[in-house]
Ligand binder design. Sequence first.
Ligand code: ATP
Ligand code: MG
Length: 568
Amino acid sequence: MSDNKVIEEEGKKSLNFIETIVENDLAEGKNGGRIQTRFPPEPNGYLHIGHAKAICLDFGIAETYKGICKLRFDDTNPVKEDVEYVDSIMEDIQWLGFQWDEVVYASDYFQQLYDFAVELIKKDKAYVDEQSAEVIAQQKGTPTQPGVESPYRNRPVEESLDLFRRMNEGEFEDGSMILRAKIDMASSNMHFRDPIIYRIITKHPHHRTGTQWKVYPMYDFAHGQSDYFEGVTHSLCTLEFEVHRPLYDYFIDLLKKDDNYRPRQTEFNRLNLTYTVMSKRKLLQLVQEKLVNGWDDPRMPTICGYRRRGFTPQSIHNFIKKIGYTKYDGIIDIALLEHAIREDLNMKAPRVSAVLDPVKLILTNYPEGQVERMEAINNPEDPTAGSHEIAFTRELYIEREDFMEEAPKKFFRLAPDKEVRLKGAYIIKCTGFKKDENGVIQEIYAEYDPNTKSGMPDSGRKVKGTLHWVSVEHSLPAEVRLYDRLFMVENPSEEKDKDFKELLNPDSLKVLTNCRVEMELQKAKPYDHFQFQRTGYFNLDPDSREDKLIFNRTVSLKDSWSKVKGKE
Ligand code: ATP
Ligand code: MG
């Protein structure tokens, strides 16, 4: 068997249940062998990592089976929608590496949907109700108790037709009337109890149709039909829509002209992450109340937040592949996502030196004014990545935490009379230190051993600790932003008796303003990735300027996922 064949066979074994459905449909020749999907966001917020899961599936299925995938904005509610969101959604999908075959909008079908609503009224399958939303909700009943029929339910068809037309002409106040489908107030499926299908909205122009329409279809009256109008074959969405499916099918059956085609909806589990909220409503609240610095705050679970934080599209793809698609809702450990970005950046990110909390180290026996260019390997995982130079001088910075005045036995870093290696340079021995009047260490003194230069044949002497460093003179000041989980509890959505905002982690952002980074980082461009030796993966923030470099910590080096699961 050729290598390709083996890969193919293995690929077959790992089909997810949706791919299996698609392959069966293809084998049966359903829909004339066509595969068409769509990604249907409502433009009322920025995309989050949960959406990425849906995107990878919708676009992925089309890609794998040579079908098409359209980007459809389900823009049925002008009160909450905005072009800002439309633009950001397109940018994020492309950043993830996907391209739609066409952009369409539910609003493209407003006329068709309106006509269909009129048709339903004519067939006595819809009526105008003049009760308030509260009363209608009260009459819904419960899953075990039938609902109460509206007094308007049996009004003459002509009357509903007339009122619906006038609703759309702006004659009535928002909320004063609605159009309901006339189905079954005793149905065991609550969505069949005369669902609202049209409402009046006059106070908010629509981002595309302006003030042309005064009535707007409800999501449930637009989604399934839009799939049908477009020719979608596989309508993939999250599990919460399973109970809506019979209603979508009901409308499609009334609309359908022939038996050769109908869209089929399949639901999969949504992505939930620990220490994260994923609802657009809640994310919007965080932004509006300035609890985070905008939608692209690197602590946000939005695609643009992850992008700014330094995640790569590849890491998100790998993560989504790992979690897969099932029929069971659950919550994924955020450590798995962090593991995916670590794995990807380990292969890609050049290693550089940065000292986040600097203290001065003076090599008293190193000639003043001397500069040595040490070779720093860019990436030991990637032999093609080459190396760069880092300047070594008499005065250096090291991390304050890498020195202890009185060190325990197991402390393999610097302490009086102890030896360490300076990474890529020499072995040094600490000879003393100086404190200020508050007892804070100001300077550390050491002597270097000229016979221990890294890479030289005679550098055979071994010491336990290796420290990173930068030259005082040949380094740049930088700000470094350290991020931690945005929420303190594992499942913020589960704490029903608390406002989710009370669960925010007060230490989710720590800004370090006195950092020093090696000169090589002068060349860094926004979003470039680096591994700061011994500390973690970082990227250059887009707000960074030449005179003020700003870095985001994407993720620390410590991989709690591998530790839990063992090496994968
Ligand atoms: P939210 O419920 O977070 O406010 P939404 O479902 O209202 O989001 P839409 O814009 O309607 O957001 O979602 C577009 C598509 O993305 C839908 O098909 C939906 O099923 C899918 N989707 C939304 N959230 C998730 C998630 N957490 N995991 C997987 N898919 C999701
Ligand atoms: Mg939703």
